[in-house]
Design a protein around this ligand. Structure first.
Ligand SMILES: [Zn+2]
Length: 119
C-alpha cells in the first residue's frame, strides 16, 4: 500500500534520529495509533561532512496530525529512555523546544550539541 508521495506538501517530519531502531519504533508506534507514518532517510540530501551519517526521519502524511503525532513520538521515546524527565532543550538553530530524549532537533535535525542549554 503506497498512500504517500514524497514531496507532498501535507507531509511533515515528526522525528529524526541517527539510530534507525528508534525511528522504526516511532514509526511503528505512529502506525499503531492510526497515523500514516513512514521512514525516510535524509541521505538523498547529501552531506559535505566526511563520515557524517545522515539521520533517518519519520514523516507523517497529514500535517494536521503533527501535534498529535509529536505527542506519540515523545511518549514512545519516554518508554525507551528513563531520562525523559530531564528538561527539554532549545534548538540554537531554529529555537524549537525538543524533549530531552531527542538527540537531534525534531524541526531542523541539528544535533543537540549545537543547541544552547536552557537556563
Ligand atoms: Zn532546530
Amino acid at each position: 500500500m503506497k498512500s504517500m508521495l514524497w514531496g507532498d506538501p501535507n507531509m511533515r517530519k515528526v522525528f529524526s534520529s541517527i539510530e534507525i531502531s528508534e525511528t522504526v519504533l516511532v514509526r511503528d508506534a505512529l502506525l499503531h495509533k492510526g497515523f500514516d507514518a513512514t521512514i525516510q532517510n535524509s541521505a538523498s540530501g547529501g552531506s559535505a561532512v566526511p563520515g557524517f551519517r545522515p539521520p533517518a526521519e519519520v514523516w507523517i502524511a497529514d500535517a494536521d496530525d503533527h501535534a498529535r503525532a509529536r505527542a506519540v513520538v515523545v511518549e514512545t521515546l519516554a518508554t525507551l529512555d528513563s531520562t525523559a524527565e530531564k528538561p527539554a532543550w532549545k534548538c540554537a538553530h531554529c529555537g524549537e523546544e525538543n524533549p530531552h530524549p531527542f538527540e537531534l532537533c525534531w524541526n531542523c535535525a541539528r544535533p543537540r550539541d549545537m543547541a544552547a542549554q536552557p537556563g
